[in-house]
Design a protein around this ligand. Sequence first.
Ligand code: HEM
Length: 135
Amino acid sequence: MNTLQRQDYNPRRPALAAFDAAGHTVEAGTDLLVCPYLTHRDPELWPDPERFDPRRFTAPDGRPTHPGAYFPFGIGPRACLGLQFALRESTVLLEHLLPAHTPAFHSAPTKAVYGITVRPDGPTPATLTPALMAG
Ligand code: HEM
């Protein structure tokens, strides 16, 4: 969950009607991009937002209750159809992979590359050794 807080994408939607946004008129048909990167790092919603802290998602008051505060799968009628599948798949993978293997990371990217998505600036080569062999 905390990893998904770090991903980024920019869904684009056209404005269905003109509206005022903080004193700026947005004409109907204007392409609008929402930016979860900013929302997921808004310190008013997420205290110390750059800190990787999975407990935000397990502690009772760990995450904001505003429905628009966290939307790694989009939000509304065009949200990701695979949301439940993707969450279940990652949980099962981590449940089975992590206890049975010892990961060794050989190098890790140090920077992010910013585009329509945010990605690491290089690969993360790692070796998974079956836990029994690792002793
Ligand atoms: C961690 C994994 C995944 C993430 C973070 C993710 C995220 C997203 C996001 C952000 C959107 C766009 C929502 C929008 O436009 O507002 C989307 C759309 C979509 N996703 Fe995923 N997705 C994931 C996995 C999957 C999987 C496993 C499937 C299918 C089995 C899937 C099927 C779809 C479909 C069909 C749409 C288009 C929905 C529409 O336009 O009505 N996704 N996803």
